[in-house]
Design a protein around this ligand. Sequence first.
Ligand SMILES: Nc1ncnc2c1ncn2[C@@H]1O[C@H](COP(=O)(O)OP(=O)(O)OP(=O)(O)O)[C@@H](O)[C@H]1O
Ligand SMILES: [Mg+2]
Length: 311
Amino acid sequence: MEKRYDIIAALDINLDIIINAENTDLQFGQKEKMIAGYNFEMGGSSCIFASQAARLGLKAAGIGVAGDDLPGSLMVDKLKASGVITGHLRIDSSIKTGVSVILCKNGDRAILTYPGTNDGVFPQDFTDDLLKNSRHMHIGSYYLMKRLKPHYGNIVRKAKSFGLTISMDTNWDPDEKWNGEIWEVLPYVDIFMPNENEAMAIAGKDNIQDAVEKFEGIVPVLVVKRGKEGAAAYSGGREYFCRSLDVDVVDTIGAGDSFDAGFVYGFLSGYDIEKCLNIGSICGSMNTTKAGGTAGQVCKEKLAKMIKERD
Ligand SMILES: Nc1ncnc2c1ncn2[C@@H]1O[C@H](COP(=O)(O)OP(=O)(O)OP(=O)(O)O)[C@@H](O)[C@H]1O
Ligand SMILES: [Mg+2]
């Protein structure tokens, strides 16, 4: 029987306020400076993932909480506009929506974040009803969502018992502790998608070959993202590689999350690893062509056209 949802993901609901400070000399002392522009964009790694998954036509449902405030309603509107199913989101007036102010200058960024709803999801939010009715679970922002982190071992075990496949992108650990609990989760993960530095940090190795070996036999598919260079995958004793697209990069916010959604879309479509990597690379690369995490995301039709052009 067809399941109600293709993907469920706990959302780190966060609004990104992106400030173009390119020609601005930032200064304290009550100095007012003009900026060249700003954008209100969808933030939150898992939100950007869910948005890309929905744009590719997957039935992607978010589990999460938004504050009863302007950034919260903006985020819910943006998720809906991408096609993300928002029926399982809670609106909670006792918590403020997470907001990041991202100051962009000289290709670099300074980021100020109020976490708020970023960490608003409880383990109880993964109800049996949701798990029973979903094909796949994606775990993003593993280290940021501290409330869930100690419970993910139980959550993935339960998800597996209901037949879900699982993908995971931890992103960076802001505390840089790379806590050992993750090794209780990884044996249940079908696709693990860190970037190169994260893979080495989690494995506790100083080179990528040793890190890859450490994950071998634990995760059936390991994908290691290498930014502009592209991405590699390791599965069944084989190594695969796919280059990035040569694009004019505006910023790389969310590129890794859009990549993940593209790869998972390929996986859920039953494609081989080479094709999954290709789709991930197209989604990741196109994400960089517009400001913020979602404006550059491709839809299913555009993806099909780009796959043809790349062949
Ligand atoms: N400069 C770039 N040019 C083209 N494509 C890029 C560039 N940076 C990233 N990408 C695309 O995005 C994918 C993922 O990027 P990256 O390796 O930065 O992942 P990540 O570190 O998880 O990203 P994030 O910062 O979103 O967490 C790459 O494999 C590539 O397809
Ligand atoms: Mg990442």
